[in-house]
Design a protein around this ligand. Sequence first.
Ligand code: ARG
Length: 471
Amino acid sequence: MKLWGGRFTKGTDKTVEDFHSSISFDRRLYRQDIKGSIAHARMLGKQGIIPPQEADIIISGLEQVLKDIEAGKAEFETGAEDIHMNIEKLLTERIGDVGRKLHTARSRNDQVALDIRMYLKEEINETAGLLITLEETLLDLAEEHAGTFMPGYTHLQRAQPVTFGHHMMAYFQMFKRDIERLFDCYKRTDEMPLGSGALAGTTFPLDRTAVAEELGFSGITGNSLDGVSDRDFAIEYCAAASIIMMHLSRFCEEIILWSSAEFRFIELDDAYSTGSSIMPQKKNPDVAELVRGKTGRVYGSLAALLTVMKSLPLAYNKDMQEDKEALFDTVDTVKGCLLTFTPMIKTMNVRKEAMAKAARGGFTNATEVADYLAKKGVPFRKAHEIVGRLVLDCIARGIALDELTPEEYKRVSPVIETDIFEAIDIENCVNARSIPGGPAHRAVMESIGKGREWLQQINRVLTSGGVLDSI
Ligand code: ARG
């Protein structure tokens, strides 16, 4: 008989049983479910809601169930519906009727909310950890290449020179915000919902705070209806994950472009590239493409979760069982992408000469000529027009701005002296932009320093077992 079978005179239709069972995917919550049940049982015993000796029997029974599951000695059944009832069943098989007291003052509605929160707290830390490794890699790359010139682009057209280090630091900032978003989401995940019951709390004198403390939660949820019907934290994780994937997809797109013969800015390591089954010459950036592609899947899960929750009346509805696969898939996908992406960029070969050559072409120093004129009192608009004409002339002659003669410069404006050549030299173009956040070597080294400090602070908090929201 089902754990809820008392009110029924007939068994569940087999198709319904298969249809509504969630054990095939929520089995991954077994550790959280057991840990939560142990804390609940301990508290029931302490509060005298069940005899303390019985609480002890339940606790050791649950510990046994955990061992058995991990040793592959416990079978889950579709008929037992979900992870919660499967574990209760396994417990009762081992300790007999006492096991039936575990569910006192609890509902699967607050139980499942607890399990997902516990699961997600761990996974937020894992995701943040992988992002931290990526950030360390970016800082190392930035430091190594703070003097590696490359063209900066707008509209994918060469615009102004920057350095590869500066470019890496742009991504550092993006992933820094992602880490902060995860920490922020952690705060709201870190609330313990047991005690909400099915929806209206319970008449038993539970000690919710003791359960929260045992399970490592900073606090308890504030309303029993909300406690069982809130999935904001899962949506927030998927939203943060979507932004991470959006960032990764932009990075991947650049890696794909850069590794093409048209750019040749980088070469991916053989271990992170693949070949073609027909074209022997091919070395493809499949990893980067796959990460770019998986972005769609994560966005899809966010849309799925938002849609599952849309218009749901309070409190629990079975629709909410659909939250898990989308969340699990998001966690697996983001972690899998980060795990592959970081070593891929760590091992790629940066072709400095090709980057510098591209930075020297394409008139990336045209703004510098205009700035030079503006600094000598020529109104910027006028200067812009003069340089525009110079560029047009250079294009026609197939030369660069630094290949014009001093006389040719004098002809377009008498204020131009021979120091123009120094001003428009790529190295000077970049290093003169030393304002905070700029591409100059000094400015980049400064942001790297700040970045390292920030990471140290995070690592200190994480390794001391501190709370992420203190950052
Ligand atoms: N398997 C269910 C879920 O994942 C657990 C909660 C079921 N509650 C209920 N009243 N049917 O949402």
